[in-house]
Design a protein around this ligand. Sequence first.
Ligand SMILES: *Cc1c(COP(=O)(O)O)cnc(C)c1O
Length: 372
Amino acid sequence: MTEPILPRLRPEIAALAPYRQGKQAGPDAFKLSSNENPFEPLPSVLEALQGTTPINRYPDATATRLRERLAARHGVAVDEVHVASGSVAILYQLVQAAASAGDEVVYAWRSFEAYPGLVLVAGATGVEVPLIESDDLAQTGRHDLGAMADAITDRTRAVIVCTPNNPTGPIVTSAEFAAFVERVPSDVLIILDEAYAEFVTDDRAVDGLGERVFDAHPNVVVLRTFSKAYGLAGLRVGYAIGHAKVLDAARSTGIPLSVTSAAEIAAIASLDAEAELLERVNVLVGRRASLVDGLRAQGWAVPESQSNFVWLPTGDRTDEVAQVFRDADIIVRPFSGDGIRISVGEHESVEKVLQVTRSVVAPLQSQGRESR
Ligand SMILES: *Cc1c(COP(=O)(O)O)cnc(C)c1O
């Protein structure tokens, strides 16, 4: 058999590992790998979706009703809101709009898996600034914003700050973010990725929307999503709030008409049911505490989590521990050589996770002592 001749591709794109979704969970498995909301959709949201979406028609190109609703909710103008098919789409749009070949994009690492790829697709260069590593569990896994500010050069076009940080869980405080914004040149875009904002209970945390950082600093854009706390991951809808001109650039790079009518309707119905949804968030926050406390009691150095997942620092034994989870029918997100991210899921999943971690903690600890 002769190899077919394939079209020439950008070498840096051809070299990328294609996206492979985590293993699909079997009927009895707990899927704790994607930080999804474990609750069934609210009846009122399902009802809003029933029969109302005209699927033979294109959606409203700019999701006006949802943008109006979000603008009123956050006290901004409609043009200061941008909606797209997930906030990941907005990350792509903004980076594409700000950076290309020869430009740099600074972000913390390890952070959201999508960042390196979206920078590369834009043709820009990612500058990864290590997270704080510390024996102090209140500090470890946090953004080192001082080092991130130091990493900015005249080639930097964008900085991404993820709070709470995926996959380690800690927040950036409001004071830290304010000091950081003062240090970043005002012509460098700052993307504040707050995908897990609703799960934050620490009142020191930055709240980009509540604090309206973008008023004094039009280079700051805040990202939020309906995927996590609102449980609409499957419908794909997220939003950005910031200066209208900056968001116009995102609108220009985005694929038109990508927010479906169903996504817009479900997002509006979710805002109508916000109080009910936030009660569920509270339940998940309680489960998060059970997980973090349970894991720490077993001796795991779990960083402070303010999100709907916890980080298990499994280091060199990550693949092995991930296999133990798989064998127990729990799907988690391993990052080989580093650690495992475990989403806060169903009530019964908490004890099941703690059983698995209990079974591996002793051998891991003795190995840790030898290798350090
Ligand atoms: C999940 C997530 C997002 C957004 O997801 P969408 O489903 O595309 O809205 C953005 N940033 C981070 C850090 C996330 O974990």
